[in-house]
Design a binder for this molecule. Sequence first.
Ligand SMILES: Cc1cc2nc3c(=O)[nH]c(=O)nc-3n(C[C@H](O)[C@H](O)[C@H](O)COP(=O)(O)O)c2cc1C
Length: 460
Amino acid sequence: MKQVISMLCVMALAFSLVAGIGDFGSASAAEAGSNVLVAYFSATGNTRPLAGYAADILGADLYEIVPAVPYTSADLNYGSADSRTSTEQNDPSARPAIAGRVEDMTQYDTVLIGYPIWHGQAPRIISTFLESYDFSGKTILPFCTSGSSPIGTSDDNLHVLAPNAHWLNGTRFPAGTTRAAISAWLDANGITAATPDATPAPTPVPTAEPTPVPTETPTPTPVPTVEPTPVPAVTPTPVPAPAKNGWQWESGGWRYYSDGMMVRSNWIDDAGERYYIDTNGIMVSNGWKYISGAWYYFEKSGAMVSNNWKYDAGVWYFVGADGKMFEGFAEIDLGRADDGWYYFNEKHDGTFGHMMTGWRYINGTWYYFNPKHDGTFGRMITNNWVHDGGDWYFVGPDGKMYEGLTEIDLGRNDDGWYYFSPNHDGTFGHVLTGWHNIDGTMYYFNPNHDGTYGRMVTNR
Ligand SMILES: Cc1cc2nc3c(=O)[nH]c(=O)nc-3n(C[C@H](O)[C@H](O)[C@H](O)COP(=O)(O)O)c2cc1C
């Protein structure tokens, strides 16, 4: 009986070693190295370097979850309820297809899964990934990057997609997290670098009776007479090639490396300037670039323009302190003589972002933007007469066009009462002349171009 029990123990031990079954009941040390896969999805490049660090530290395989249909900038516009990402994130059953597969998932017993937070959750492509393989018995360690959101429920909500995996608690990192921080996180989760051939050789099961220990004293091994080969005093340590860091001019463009990893689709802040590295790993320069829902302008040097006017191809634009191109009504305050309110076209009609001039109807009111190149081109006219298309108008101190009977007081000779057409008959806002019935009373407005044209005639 005793022999049967010990045979069973031996078989159990041998099986567990062959099958590589660990203690999945505890959140402690997962055996790492070549049996670890670092899988990640990164749409704009923030999660990618973190996954790269983890794989590098662990000597693990790195797998990028690549969408079969790439996400465009418009798709990534989280401000729009109709964008592809908003639609997918609103639909828990969405499963965006993945291009390619992990070659042999069975070889891994620990899988790190990295993703960006999208609307508080993991992108739906992570669900596609989890449903594409059998994770039973594997340890999964999730991690994510986000603008500011915590990991929240994004990792817990994934558990149902791989219910037989051993899930470790996920961690959120900000973009730009260092390799050292990733290393500390792996340590904290008990996932350490692979030692070559770390799998212990199975203890041979004794098949025969143990050899009896000899009772005689063994003959001492003769001391060799030959001089031992002198060991060199200093063993030269191989110096690893230094990891590339910073800007590098390569293949016709500026690239940026961080600890040997080439940056893609990400911002670089350097010496007080902001730069952007495109998806192809090359710095953007000399023109407009649409990034995550906004337009930015980059000089020839690659430096992003911020809080300034930009004159490009005959058109004026303005970019804010964050580099985003202005759209709509905006007050410009640069401490310059031409400061004031301007209007940048909000319509995607081929002139989006252009500084507009002339009359503009904004939120139910007409405003007038200087069409003359007199030093305040484009600025909204306030508290003044406007002569446009042969007609006279008046805009108040807030830039709003007047309508109806109004007293004008500019300290000028032609000050007085004027009547601005309240009629939407093609004359709206025009100075009217001659007789007019206003609220039941007849008034007369000077029709002569004698210096007080349009002024109400009184006491005559
Ligand atoms: C569609 C979309 C939705 C996002 N939703 C959130 C969010 O809910 N909370 C947050 O803090 N950041 C959010 N972000 C910002 C990303 O999580 C953050 O930039 C992340 O680091 C991007 O990682 P990646 O560059 O690897 O794609 C969102 C970004 C996108 C494109």
